[in-house]
Write a protein that binds this ligand. Structure first.
Ligand code: NAP
Length: 459
């Protein structure tokens, strides 16, 4: 087993850093420290915890450029997107600093005389997190901020592709004044960390963002110690453009949803269903906009499409592309890949797409936009819902009744109506079906980091 994680810049395939792996013993010692620290940390008032979170957010603001550059260099996304990710991550820290003060209990009217019932909320204990590479700081902040706001201690295992930005992010928490046992990271393979976390009886909650396959394994392993789990898993988002859509809005929303992070987000529009009456206009306008997207190293000015994260990611997208072309898809723009210097695939629009193509059946995680036309909205809805995933869906219509109808019938947790980027700290985010369990963001993202106690008092 290698003792180091080598970090590669996917835009150049060059090594940009190494981090020491934690051994099993190191990880267990960090869990012990988190467990020990919990005893004192939970005694802080909500106002003291909020104050520490605000100080952490201020440190992040001051170091924003440095964190963003790490995100770009290890993950590949354009620097403007990386700066946006740091702001987005920080919005969760500030949001939960406020919410720390509003972890309310309640009193319940009793059915008996001389009896009072009081419900109180308490921190759970040590929270372990495993996070992905596609938003290395934001996915961690969405977990760390509510966990700590509620009085828990927190340990994260960042993705092996992108540990540097996560480490910097957590170092700033210590600089902000958090005790070192409150927020920690471990560097290890997912498999090793997952086994240690799920077996530990000191870890009371496991929160994971990543693929559905790994999430299922973690849920199963975590059942041995009956852990509280939050699972933010894969997606296969449909995007419907109805005949009454504003096509410019639909194109703008498609670009925002499909091509952010080169199509490597869990909420990326993966399947575009377009009404036949507006197919030509939409395809032409989308193709024209996609042609303007500059591809290159994310550190260069004006780049909108960076590389894919690694060779596996590149091969998966190229395979979907070749499969679609072999089954009759037409390349409107893009279609070429090149992995000599970095893992680059041109932003691509495909038309004449059919249901049997891999890109309509699997999560793509790349800059590939396949368009299929429909004539009947209910057929489009049936296709949109015909997946084991239920994370995000998008629809474009200027008709209020059609929009409300789609809200009701689409089986997805995050819905963007005329909106290609619906996520924010103050709204609940999460999936139905095999896209996950639980929500992050908003009040729904705080509750899973608390336990409820009831005290029934006979007077
Ligand atoms: P992944 O392979 O599941 O990896 C995610 C994390 O899990 C990494 O830290 C990885 O560690 C770790 N891991 C891998 N194998 C593991 C195991 N056997 N046990 C425990 N942990 C393990 O997913 P990914 O390729 O990084 O990310 C892409 C997936 O994440 C996509 O499916 C995407 O839709 C999903 N995602 C979902 C959301 C959401 O909010 N729902 C957000 C972002 C991404 P190593 O890096 O060391 O392998």
């Amino acid at each position: 087993m290698s003792e180091e994680i080598i970090v590669i810049n996917p835009a150049t395939r060059e090594e940009i850093g190494k981090v020491q792996k934690d051994s099993q013993d190191d990880i267990e010692k960090k869990i012990d420290l988190a467990d020990e620290t919990f005893k004192s940390f939970k005694k802080l008032t909500a106002y003291e915890r909020a104050d520490l979170l605000f100080k952490w957010a201020d440190k992040i603001d001051k170091n924003k450029e440095e964190i963003a550059e790490l995100v770009t260099k290890e993950g590949g996304k354009p620097l403007t997107e990386a700066l946006g990710e740091v702001d987005y991550a920080n919005s969760y820290i500030r949001y939960y600093a406020e919410e720390a003060k509003r972890i309310y209990g309640r009193t319940v009217p009793s059915s008996k005389e001389n009896n009072r019932i009081v419900v109180t909320r308490h921190p759970i204990g040590v929270v372990a997190a495993i996070t992905p590479w596609n938003f290395p700081v934001a996915m961690m902040a969405r977990k760390a901020a509510p966990a700590v706001a509620a009085g828990n201690t927190f340990i994260v295992k960042p993705a092996s592709a992108t540990p540097l930005s996560a480490m910097k992010f957590i170092d700033l928490a210590l600089e902000a004044g958090f005790d070192k046992g409150v927020i920690q990271y471990v560097n290890a393979s997912g498999k090793d960390a997952g086994e240690i976390f799920t077996k530990s009886d000191k870890i009371m909650k496991l929160t994971f963002t990543g693929s559905t396959a790994v999430g299922k394994k973690l849920m199963s392993d975590a059942s041995v110690t009956v852990k509280n789990v939050t699972m933010e898993l894969g997606g296969h988002a449909p995007l419907i453009v109805h005949k009454d859509a504003d096509i410019d809005k639909a194109v703008e929303g498609t670009i925002a949803s499909k091509f952010r992070n080169s199509g490597q987000t869990c909420v990326c529009a993966n399947r575009l269903y377009v009404h036949e009456d507006v197919l030509e206009e939409y395809t032409e306008k989308l193709t024209a906009k996609v042609k303007e997207l500059k591809m290159g190293n994310g550190m260069e000015d004006g780049v909108k499409i960076g590389p894919l994260i690694d060779e596996d990611g590149y091969d998966k997208v190229m395979n979907q592309l070749e499969d679609a072309i072999s089954k009759g898809a037409k390349v409107e723009t893009g279609g070429q890949g090149n992995k000599e210097a970095g893992y680059f695939i041109e932003p691509t629009v495909l038309s004449n797409v059919s249901d049997d193509m891999l890109c309509m059946k699997e999560e793509t995680f790349g800059p590939l936009a396949p368009i299929q036309s429909y004539s009947n909205l209910d057929e489009a809805v049936a296709k949109a819902n015909g997946t084991e995933f239920g994370l995000a869906a998008y629809y474009f219509t200027e008709n209020y009744a059609t929009g409300v109808y789609l809200t009701d019938v689409l089986d997805f947790g995050v819905l963007g109506w005329n909106n290609g980027a619906p996520s924010a700290a103050n709204i609940p985010f999460g999936g139905l079906k095999e896209s996950g369990v639980g929500r992050e963001g908003a009040i729904e993202g705080l509750e899973p980091y608390t336990e409820t106690k009831v005290t029934s008092i006979n007077l």
